[in-house]
Design a protein around this ligand. Sequence first.
Ligand SMILES: Nc1ncnc2c1ncn2[C@@H]1O[C@H](COP(=O)(O)OP(=O)(O)O)[C@@H](O)[C@H]1O
Ligand SMILES: [Mg+2]
Length: 329
Amino acid sequence: MRPIVEVVNLAVAFPDSTRGWRRVVDGVTVALEEGEAMGVVGESGCGKTLTVLALLRLIPEPGRIVGGSVRIGGEDVLAAEERRLCWVRGAMVGLIFQEPAQALNPVRSVASQVVEAARLHGEVSVSQAHALARRLLAEVGLEDPDRIARSYPHQLSGGQRQRVLLASALAADPRVLVADEPTSALDTVSQQRMVELLQRLRESRRLSLLFVSHDLSLVGRIVDRITVLYAGETVEVAGRETLLADPKHPYTRALLETRVAIGDGPDARFPTVPGRVPRSRDWGRGCRFAPRCPYALRQCREARPALTVLERGRTVRCFLLGDAEEPVA
Ligand SMILES: Nc1ncnc2c1ncn2[C@@H]1O[C@H](COP(=O)(O)OP(=O)(O)O)[C@@H](O)[C@H]1O
Ligand SMILES: [Mg+2]
């Protein structure tokens, strides 16, 4: 069976100062199987959010998708006409973002916003939509949903606002939930509760989940497999246990080592790796991680490795690992 979400070799570009186009994502490949939870990790600036936006053809102007393919539920998203795109955005995929404050309208009550989401994607009457909104607010664990429904966003905590957004995202009963840094604006306790809620919803609604975060230890708590992005491309994909116990790509290893060094107690900081993610204008012709890689050889600075299948269920983009294997993208 084909994956329910399938991104192959995605490229996204923005105009640069020379009136040309500069690719800021180039080589992202992610597959989400029906019913599974896939984590997408990488430091800030690696292309996680643009990948999420590309899934629904929501790249902000003047950006453009300039390469690769996106299939969701069998639909070719990049070629889809408006009506099919609405179907993908509603019935197939629910989306939540990091900043619930920005995604909610400050001058409208919670009820009207969830009701609108419910009506946008389904043929329901106003009273049915109100009943559905109330059910959704209760389902995402908001106590006293009637009071929450009458509230305005500024009267709620960050954790409550994120749940309201989640309720809206579930209004059309999507098969896939895409969560882009859903807990990054929350305190540790709300963060933990949100992770538990997503787990619960995943089971009760049989959702497929794409969980995007810079925080590998957080992702590791909830997903079945992990895709690691670096500088606009996929560098490693593996099952959660395999990846955490035996990371192959030097970048994944560095991410994990820093995580261990920092610890995962309440004061755990972002995993950071010495050096920083290069801006796209500084991508050379070689491996994009080579300038930070302790193992880089001359070859790594001269050519870009392909994403290759290392073993079943594991792909890696690295000359040191993927010698004779079959390229996937
Ligand atoms: N609106 C934009 N215009 C130009 N470049 C952008 C824009 N949005 C993102 N980028 C570029 O794309 C890169 C990836 O961004 P993003 O997907 O937001 O990363 P992440 O979510 O992993 O932090 C950024 O480092 C930035 O250089
Ligand atoms: Mg982001």
